[in-house]
Design a protein around this ligand. Sequence first.
Ligand code: LLP
Length: 418
Amino acid sequence: MTNFTLKNSALHAENVALSQIAAEFNTPCYVYSKAALTQAFTSFKAGLVGTNHLVCFAVKANPNIAILNVFAKLGAGFDIVSGGELARVLAAGGDPKKIVFSGVGKNAEEMRAALSAGIFCFNVESASELARLNNVAGEMGKIAPVSLRVNPNVDAKTHPYISTGLKNNKFGVAFEEAIAVYEAAAAMPNIAVHGVDCHIGSQITELAPFIEALDLILGLVDKLETKGIPISHIDVGGGIGITYSDEAPPAFTTYAKAILDKINKRNVKLLFEPGRALVGNAGVLLTKVEYLKPSAKNSDAKNFAIVDAAMNDLMRPALYDAFHNIVAVKPRVGAAETYEIVGPVCESGDFLGHDRNLNLAEGDLLAIMSAGAYGMSMASNYNTRGRAAEIMVDGDKCHVIRQREKIADLFALETCLK
Ligand code: LLP
């Protein structure tokens, strides 16, 4: 089910034509469908009915407060990785008691903010972090609720940059050291051990790596219990993939069933940290063709379509060679040509798609699909380009959920020497 469909030969987000959005708000802009966000969240939960669980949206995938607010109203929790993300969740009306705080480099100030807010749990990633958290909590007269993020050394079979559960990744406490670190945690006066956490990577399209990791985690939980360290929740992380082209990730219900079968009536709360799966296919990046640059006659050079979005708006293609489908907002009849779809940034790596068959004219609008996750959240101001506007469509209404950045704002924090 997609909420971006052709109606009368023109691409719409729900009931709004993307051409109307471009005319009103200009390009490039991100366009999200509220119905798609809602459907993703409710279908993620569908396989978990009747179980003690909490779905914590991984804020890094898309931190716009309007998006967080949609999920908060649906009862979501949140997985954060910084004090900035904590502030966003609170500003968006998120419940602090449903927040888990992941990340390898939490500083003391971020720990204080999270302790003051009263978050559900810290996912601690090293023995040093644990010691610091114990000190910070002690200074504040608080007890910090803790899970250790353990690194199960499982191959998630995804892009090396987004694989996190191998022992050569920087994440988590090494599996062999986990018991010793748990024992240290249990002996600390300002730490309360609550859970076990693991996250093995992102855009995972097979069930096997999740199950392999969970088997190891359950073995660890059993060992901890024999040592008098009871575990009340297991956080299985995020990572479930989406379809960008022809990937076939497991359905949410299949994924949930496989996990619940393993948990098999244990008395634990289950936590999930999906990011991409909840927002990836709920957003597109809308862009306009500025120039067509055909290849020189009789050469084997490429045809270029230079669009007004660039690597600074969507860096996944440049960074991971990631594929995003690119479609015409008003498809033309007639013969297509093969184009490199590139942006205005001064780097050869500034491409959004290679070898795309499209029938294009200058001024045409294109939608870069599946851009709702790690699109705007990884955007930058490279080449002093203001970041795109963000629009959320709800039925036949459009809401500006982030204004386009103004040029003057881009250097407003800078000063010349006197
Ligand atoms: N939990 C933790 C601790 C994480 O590090 C991540 C993502 C998630 C949950 C959510 O994972 P997801 O369900 O979205 O796969 N920028 C890359 C993805 C980086 C993912 C980093 N961690 C991309 O554009 O593909």
